[in-house]
Design a protein around this ligand. Structure first.
Ligand code: ZN
Length: 545
């Protein structure tokens, strides 16, 4: 009976975590399974015929406290970052961090940390109370030493062996093994170390492959004049939330005011729905059919550098400095991380990129390729814009009403508002980068923008986040602008903005803009070329649309 009460108590605590949306359903189930087996295994050793020593109770409390600590940690991450449970990116960022960044982070989130600590202690107290229920203290147990021994013998019986065995068996499954609170951080740390190591190995592999790559030598710059190509990579932006593409909320007024000077492609999708995966395909010869080419062929920064472009990688994602994208970033002549608050900190709105872009534009090199990696709508959305852009927070408009009519949860509707605020701010930043290019009227500049992928923000259900099962995750804006002096002519026929395109091929468009020809350039894959030919498109092997 005592054991059942404890397990039910544990379930009750997890139900609370789940009801508060601090744990997702899957994580709550995993914690429930691992936790209840630990409770059953331990209690079946320490509880005999309804009796348990103080030490036994304390030991039980300790075990549950460890589980609660991990639940609290995961809840904190979900609460603050809105990440999926067990999101390795954040845990990895923790291992990557330094003292200054860590203390900044703790100060910034002191309330949330306090709240979750309080919940952990309250739940521990509740559990301690449960362990005392229906258990007359050992002192009151009546009987001689002889019967004590008898009780003990009967107590450590089949259940103890069975539950302990089941608990150990749980560790055979790699997913469940990670639920053991004592292994939570060691397993993740080992995984992080392996990923750092594999990045290093990959880096070496690529540089060896590139030195013997014969196609690289076929590339040449076909122009005669100086030129600059600026490529902005966005983050988690679906075109479904841009008024430029028909969204009911006015989220892109500044871009819209450019009128016909801005080309907005209307039928562009990404390929994988993941930051690293998609950016690798965008910036190299890798394609949907052959994604692994990124590890054996030169990327576009290497190609541009080979024909004489000075290359820049300016990022507001601090993870670009150590993670998988660091391989690309390091191939630039100039790499600048403008994020000073940790990539998920509040203090790094995308405007930090502007002064560095100005410097790059004013660099005297005649040929320049400037890549900007923006944070835009990286979770959590509400960290991505200054207060003055929180225009949709309590909006009572067509979007708010229809979401409500469709029965979306309060959380989903709030997240939609935050997301749209982030879109409005992104509009402002994108326009500001175009303005900086326009101010340099003597320069021949092409400007291209595409996000890595889209995002599901309560478009189909209450779900908010990366969701590879829905179109919003893949349907993105693709924008093009050029200065008066830029040489490349646009296709003559009207309506080319509706060309169907998938961003795994965007390297061809970038090479075209840079005026680079050779083995890695195919004008049929260049959306701006008069020779463009559309290809059938697929998302996860399914034809699109
Ligand atoms: Zn992304």
């Amino acid at each position: 009976m005592a054991l059942i009460i404890r397990v039910l108590g544990w379930f009750l605590i997890l139900t609370l975590y789940w009801a508060m949306d601090w744990l997702n359903f899957l994580q709550a189930i995993k914690s429930a399974l691992a936790g209840s087996l630990s409770i059953l295994a331990l209690s079946s050793w320490t509880v005999h015929e309804g009796h348990e020593s103080k030490a036994g109770r304390l030991l039980n409390l300790l075990v549950v406290f460890l589980f609660l600590a991990i639940c609290g940690f995961q809840s904190f991450l979900r609460d603050v970052f809105g990440v999926a449970q067990d999101d390795l990116i954040v845990v990895e960022a923790l291992f990557n961090t330094d003292g200054g960044e860590a203390s900044e982070f703790l100060i910034q989130h002191v309330w949330s940390i306090g709240k979750h600590l309080l919940v952990i202690f309250a739940a521990s107290l509740f559990y301690w109370f449960l362990t005392g229920l229906r258990l007359p203290s050992a002192k009151h147990a009546d009987g001689s030493g002889k019967s004590d021994i008898k009780v003990r013998k009967r107590g450590i019986g089949l259940p103890a062996v069975l539950f302990t065995g089941l608990f150990l068996l749980l560790h055979v499954n790699p997913t469940m093994r990670k639920e053991n609170p004592l292994l939570y951080f060691p397993i993740r740390h080992a995984k992080w170390e392996r990923s750092v190591e594999s990045t290093r190995a990959l880096q070496e592999k690529i540089s060896t492959a590139v030195t013997v790559d014969s196609s690289l030598a076929t590339l040449r710059y076909t122009g005669t004049e100086p030129r600059t190509v600026v490529f902005l990579i966005g983050e988690s932006v679906t075109r479904l939330n841009w008024s430029l593409y028909g969204y009911e909320r006015r989220t892109t007024p500044e871009l819209e005011s450019l009128g016909s000077r801005l080309v907005a492609f209307t039928d562009v999708i990404t390929t994988l729905g993941s930051t690293v995966g998609d950016i690798r395909l965008m910036l190299g010869p890798g394609t949907r059919e052959q994604p692994e080419l990124y590890s054996s062929k030169p990327d576009i920064l290497t190609m541009a550098g080979r024909v004489g472009f000075k290359t820049f990688w300016i990022t507001n994602h601090s993870t670009d400095m150590a993670g998988a994208l660091s391989i690309l970033a390091e191939h630039a002549d100039v790499t600048v991380n403008v994020n000073r608050g940790g990539s998920r900190g509040e203090g790094s709105h995308d405007e930090v990129i502007l002064p560095v872009l100005e410097e790059a534009l004013d660099d005297p090199a005649p040929l320049k390729f400037i890549v900007l990696h923006l944070l835009q709508a990286h979770p959590a959305f509400y960290f991505r814009y200054p207060e003055s852009f929180a225009r949709f927070d309590n909006a009572d408009d067509e979007v708010a009403r229809s979401l409500k009519a469709e029965g979306r949860s309060l959380r989903a509707r709030k997240m939609r508002n935050y997301y749209d605020n982030a879109m409005l701010y992104s509009d402002h930043i994108l326009r500001a980068t175009i303005d900086l290019c326009e101010q340099r009227s003597d320069q021949s500049i092409a400007w291209l923008y595409a996000p890595d992928h889209g995002e599901d923000v309560g478009h189909y259900s209450n779900f908010v986040g990366h969701n590879n099962r829905v179109p919003a995750m893949f349907e993105i804006p693709l924008l093009f602008w050029r200065s008066e002096a830029f040489p490349k002519g646009l296709p003559e026929k009207s309506g080319f903005e509706s060309r169907p395109y998938q961003t795994d091929l965007i390297d061809h468009t970038l090479l075209g803009l840079m005026g680079i020809e050779g083995d890695y350039y195919d004008s049929a894959r260049d959306i701006l070329s008069p020779r463009f030919e559309p290809l059938p498109r697929y998302i996860a092997e399914k034809p699109y649309p």
